[in-house]
Design a protein. Structure first.
Lengths: 191, 196
């Protein structure tokens, strides 16, 4: 066999493999990313309160294209320690929660329209923890928690509070910081 | 007669080609905007699935790479403009008018960013408008003027030089976010004049 067909064949193999490498890199990129939002929120895993990511009115932030009219705060969670309970007090201005997994994107979002008497409270859990919570439940006293099943154990919760006027910025930042994310201990006692 | 190239060399060549092209092309794509799932609405561009569970692998990889936290479907929708309504790149040397209406939303914000995606606050500390702030005319329309020099009405100062971008964020929009929007509903970006 002469050289030219062999080189062509090798090039073709290389191109086909390159497509495979390309796909593999794109699929694995979120898992290996260290500077993604979850990576930057590592400190908040043990905190009970959300940490400000982007202050209203600008200022230093790692968030690309921050909106100067919203306060963004976040806390990371790891459901292997137990379900995570997140609470916020809502005011007149827009407030929203979004729930993100480390590598599989957003799995839930809710705004203050869903708040009951000025409070928004949700519990994030794995499918297994949901089963356990249901099994432990007293039929006469149904649990009123709003439960959200996370498709992945690791992720982060983001809260955005509106500050439509510059005068409301400090208040929005306080509201975003006041959001609590605590590991729910009750489930352990029940079992 | 020519000597044949050793098979081992050809295999090595194919593997290096695969690695170089595969990693190189992935890197190039991940540094840009998500290649699929975008919607163009006049001068605005948006990725409605970016903040949903249906985001494709490119979107997820790009979000992770940018350390971005996209607005979730249900929270709102962000639309980016890098050119005016006639398709010319937004340039700080020119002045623009944005208006007169936006799609229905609980509230919206319009923000100017410089070339590097940083906020470009004016001397008055303003880098954007929100829907309650903006001054409206008798028909409830608005006009935000973007220019480097002071202008009457809703004025946003542009960065000193270079291209810039505008992001319109619609918070708490009804229905299937972004999928039911029409280009006519979105504000137009009209180029007024270009100075030196």
């Amino acid at each position: 066999m002469s050289n030219l067909p062999r080189i062509l064949l090798a090039t073709l193999c290389g191109l086909v493999l390159a497509a495979g490498v390309h796909i593999a890199v794109v699929f694995m990129a979120p898992s290996f990313a260290e500077n993604d939002a979850f990576g930057r929120l590592q400190d908040t895993l043990t905190e009970d309160q959300a940490q400000i990511v982007s202050s209203p009115g600008g200022g230093a932030t790692w968030l690309p294209l921050p909106d100067p009219a919203t306060a963004v705060a976040a806390c990371a969670f790891d459901l292997s320690d137990g379900p995570v309970r997140v609470t916020a007090k809502t005011g007149q201005d827009f407030l929203s929660f979004s729930f993100h997994t480390k590598t599989r994107g957003v799995f839930f979002a809710v705004t203050d329209r869903a708040a009951i008497r000025g409070e928004l409270e949700l519990v994030v859990m794995t499918p297994r923890q949901l089963d356990e919570a249901r099994a432990a439940e007293d039929e006469n006293e149904p649990n009123r928690d709003v439960r959200i099943v996370a498709p992945q154990e690791q992720g982060y919760i983001v809260v955005r509070v509106a500050a439509p006027y510059p005068s409301e910025r400090a208040q929005a930042e306080e509201a975003a910081k006041a959001v609590t994310c605590t590991v729910d201990e009750e489930e352990d006692e029940a079992s | 007669m020519k000597r044949p190239i050793p098979t081992a060399a050809l295999i090595l060549y194919a593997l290096l080609l695969a690695l170089g092209l595969g990693v190189g092309s992935a890197y190039a794509v991940l540094n840009g905007n998500p290649p699929f799932g975008s919607r163009h609405l006049g001068p605005w561009q948006t990725w409605p699935k970016l903040g949903s569970a249906e985001a494709d692998p490119y979107m997820r990889a790009i979000v992770a790479r940018r350390s971005d936290i996209p607005l979730a479907t249900g929270e709102g929708l962000a639309l980016t403009a890098q050119s005016d309504s006639e398709g010319r790149k937004l340039d700080s040397a020119c002045s623009y008018r944005i208006g007169p209406s936006t799609p229905a939303a609980r509230w919206w914000t319009l923000t100017v960013y410089d070339e590097d995606g940083k906020l470009a606050p004016s001397e008055l500390g303003r880098s954007g408008f929100t829907s309650p702030e903006v001054l409206r005319d008798a028909q409830n329309g608005f006009a935000v003027v973007l220019s480097r020099t002071l202008s009457a009405g809703n004025w946003l100062q542009l960065p000193a030089s270079g291209p810039f971008s505008v992001v319109l964020r619609l918070y708490d929009i009804p229905g299937a976010a972004g999928l039911s929007l029409n280009p006519e509903d979105l504000p137009a970006i009209e180029r007024l004049e270009c100075g030196a």
